[in-house]
Design a protein around this ligand. Structure first.
Ligand SMILES: [Ca+2]
Ligand SMILES: [Ca+2]
Length: 135
């Protein structure tokens, strides 16, 4: 029983739903508030997790920062990082974002802008989205 409660605590109600996380991510990423996410804003948001400021985001930095910012769960955040790290070099850099753009995983218009809806789709495609299924 105690074990079950611990599991519930770790993977259940202690964490936010992806539905709750996405608006916060959008709000934090669209720093000039123009209603679009630019590639520059996206890179800046990503690099905000670069704790030692060496220009690359390690999985450790990302998971620590992301979970602290959005109260997400650890397994989902791990998978999210792996999906974002599309060139599989175990770091999150601008090269990954350029590759997502190239593959049309994220829809970027001719002005390098992403709509909120397309940004949300991108996050949902990258994130396993289990979150908290508790009512
Ligand atoms: Ca913006
Ligand atoms: Ca990478």
């Amino acid at each position: 029983m105690k074990y079950l409660l611990l599991i519930t605590f770790m993977f259940g109600s202690a964490h936010c739903l992806l539905d709750d996380i996405i608006p916060k991510v959008i709000n934090n990423t669209d720093t000039n508030g123009d209603g679009f996410i630019s590639l520059t804003e996206l890179s800046a948001q990503m690099l905000s997790f670069d704790a030692d400021a060496n220009g690359i985001v390690t999985k450790h930095e990302f998971t620590e920062g992301w979970i602290a910012a959005y109260d997400d769960n650890h397994p989902d955040t791990n998978t999210f990082f792996n999906n974002l790290d599309i060139n599989d070099d175990h770091y999150l850099t601008d090269a990954d974002m350029q590759e997502h753009k190239r593959l049309n995983n994220i829809i970027v218009d001719e002005n390098d802008l992403i709509t909120y809806a397309d940004f949300e789709t991108f996050i949902r495609n990258m994130h396993p989205g289990h979150g908290n299924h508790e009512p």
